[in-house]
Design a protein around this ligand. Structure first.
Ligand code: ATP
Ligand code: MG
Length: 417
C-alpha cells in the first residue's frame, strides 16, 4: 500500500504555493516597515523550554506536544509555538545588550498533537512578532496595530479585534480566589480538564471549548474587575493608544490566552468563519516569560497568527492573490543544430532574467506546441535548420495566434523586452 501523509498534516502543492509566497512576502514587508527583524530558530528545542516558557498547566504542554527522547536520551520537543524559542535565542545571544527594545518577526512551522479539524492541524505554520525590553503600552499598541494592518491588507474585512487584560500575578491572585469561589458549587459539572484547571490555574477554565463549561462560567467574575492600579492604568493606556491610531476594538473580558506567563494585555483577532475555529491571530504581553526561562527580568509582547487560517479566510473572502507569471518564451526546436542553438538561447534568456523553457521529452514539433500551450507560454520561438540557415526565426504570440519573423541576432533583445 502506498504511504500517505500523517493525520493532521497537509501538503501544499505548486497550484497553491503561490498564495503562501504572497502572504509571506507581504508579512515580511509590513514587519520591515514597522522595524521588526526576522529571526529563525530550530524546529526543535529542549522540552524544558516549553514546560517553563509555555507553562505546565497549559493544554499545549499537557497534551499537545510532540516530545521524544533522542539517541542520547535528551528530551526534545518539536516547537508548538514560536515565542519561547525566540525568547531563548534572545537570551542565549545576549541580544538584550544591544539597543532596546528588540523587535523580531518569524515565520515558522508549529507542531501540536490536536484533534485535526478544519483550520486545526498537527503540523501548521505561524507568522509572529515580538517586542522585548519595554513595558510601555505603546509597544502593545504597535504589535496590535501591525496585526490589524496586516489582516486588513490581506483583505480580511469582517475581522474583529478583541482586547482584555489578564492582570499581573498580584491582582490575578484575588481573581483566582473569586473564580474558585464562584465555581465551587458547580465543580462536579466541569469537564475533567477544567477540574484540573480549577486547582492549578482556574482562569484557563474561561477559555475551555466545551459548551458545558462555557455555560457554567457565563457569569463568572471577570479579571478586568480585579485589576490593580498599575494594570488598570496599563489597560487604559493600550486603549488610548489604539484610539489614537484609529483602530477599532471591543473589550472582551473573556479573552485569556493559552500561555501561563501572559500578563496585562491579551488580544485576539476573530471572525465568524467556522472553518478557522474563530481566531486567526492571538497575542499579548508576557512580562515574566524571559525570566521564567532563565533570562534577566525583561518584559515582552507579541502575537502568533495562523497562516493556514489566514489563507482560508482570504479564500472565503474571495481575495484575489496574484498568480505567478506564466512562461514567457517556449523554445520549440526541430533538428540537432536547432536543439544546440535553442539550448544556448535558453541559457542566455535565463541569464537575462526571462522565464523560458524547452521540451525535455523529445516531442515532435506539434507536441512541443501543444506543450507550450499547456504551460501557458506567452511566446513560442520556432527554430529549425531552415531558420538557422536563413538567420530568421518565427515568434508566435500564443494568445493571439500571431506570428512574426525576427532576425536571430535580434531574438534575445526581442524576448527580453
Ligand atoms: P485555538 O484557540 O484555536 O486552539 P490557540 O489559542 O491554541 O488557538 P495560539 O497558541 O494563540 O492559538 O496560536 C496562534 C494562532 O495559531 C491561532 O490564532 C491560530 O490561527 C493558529 N493555530 C493554533 N493552533 C493551530 C492548529 N492546530 N492548526 C492551525 N492553526 C493553529
Ligand atoms: Mg489551541
Amino acid at each position: 500500500m502506498a504511504i500517505i501523509a500523517p493525520k493532521g498534516t497537509k501538503d501544499t502543492l505548486p497550484s497553491q504555493v503561490y498564495k503562501w509566497h504572497y502572504v509571506e512576502k507581504k508579512f515580511s514587508e509590513i514587519c520591515d516597515k514597522y522595524g521588526f527583524k526576522e529571526i529563525r530558530t530550530p524546529a526543535f528545542e529542549h522540552t524544558e523550554l516549553f514546560q517553563r516558557g509555555v507553562g505546565d498547566t497549559t493544554d499545549i504542554v499537557q497534551k499537545e506536544m510532540y516530545t521524544f527522547n533522542d539517541y542520547a536520551n535528551r528530551s526534545i520537543t518539536l516547537k508548538p509555538e514560536g515565542t519561547s524559542p525566540v525568547a531563548r535565542a534572545f537570551i542565549e545571544h545576549k541580544q538584550y545588550a544591544e539597543v532596546q527594545p528588540t523587535k523580531y518577526y518569524y515565520i515558522t512551522p508549529c507542531f501540536r498533537y490536536e484533534k485535526p479539524q478544519s483550520g486545526r492541524l498537527r503540523a501548521f505554520h505561524q507568522f509572529g512578532i515580538e517586542i522585548f525590553g519595554t513595558t510601555n503600552m505603546l509597544a502593545d499598541a504597535d504589535v496590535i496595530c501591525l496585526g490589524y494592518d496586516f489582516l486588513h491588507e490581506m483583505g480580511i474585512e469582517d475581522i474583529q479585534l478583541r482586547i482584555n487584560s489578564v492582570g499581573c500575578p498580584e491582582c490575578r491572585k484575588k481573581h483566582r480566589e473569586a473564580l474558585r469561589k464562584f465555581l465551587e458549587p458547580v465543580y462536579d459539572q466541569l469537564c475533567n480538564t477544567c477540574k484540573d484547571r480549577y486547582e492549578r490555574n482556574p482562569m484557563r477554565i474561561l477559555d475551555c471549548k466545551s459548551e458545558i463549561c462555557q455555560e457554567l462560567v457565563k457569569d463568572a467574575p471577570n479579571m478586568i474587575d480585579y485589576l490593580c492600579d498599575e494594570c488598570k492604568s496599563a489597560f487604559d493606556d493600550v486603549q488610548k493608544n489604539l484610539d489614537a491610531m484609529g483602530i477599532e476594538y471591543v473589550v472582551d473580558p473573556r479573552i485569556v490566552r493559552g500561555l501561563d506567563y501572559y500578563t496585562k494585555t491579551a488580544f485576539e483577532f476573530v471572525t465568524d468563519s467556522n472553518g478557522t475555529q474563530g481566531t486567526v491571530c492571538g497575542g499579548g504581553r508576557y512580562d515574566h516569560l524571559i525570566e521564567e526561562i532563565g533570562g534577566p527580568p525583561i518584559p515582552g509582547v507579541g502575537f502568533g497568527l495562523g497562516i493556514e487560517r489566514l489563507i482560508m479566510l482570504m479564500e472565503e473572502n474571495n481575495v484575489e492573490i496574484p498568480e505567478p507569471e506564466p512562461v514567457k518564451a517556449f523554445i520549440a526546436v526541430m533538428g540537432d543544430d536547432a536543439k544546440a542553438f535553442g539550448l544556448k538561447l535558453l541559457r542566455d534568456l535565463h541569464k537575462k532574467g526571462v522565464k523560458a523553457e524547452m521540451d525535455t521529452l523529445a516531442r515532435n514539433i506539434k507536441g512541443q506546441f501543444k506543450y507550450a500551450d499547456r504551460l501557458g507560454a506567452q511566446y513560442t520561438v520556432v527554430i529549425g535548420d531552415n531558420e538557422l540557415a536563413e538567420g530568421v526565426v518565427a515568434i508566435k504570440e500564443m494568445a493571439k495566434s500571431e506570428q512574426r519573423q525576427v532576425k536571430l541576432d535580434d531574438l534575445l533583445e526581442e524576448l527580453a523586452k
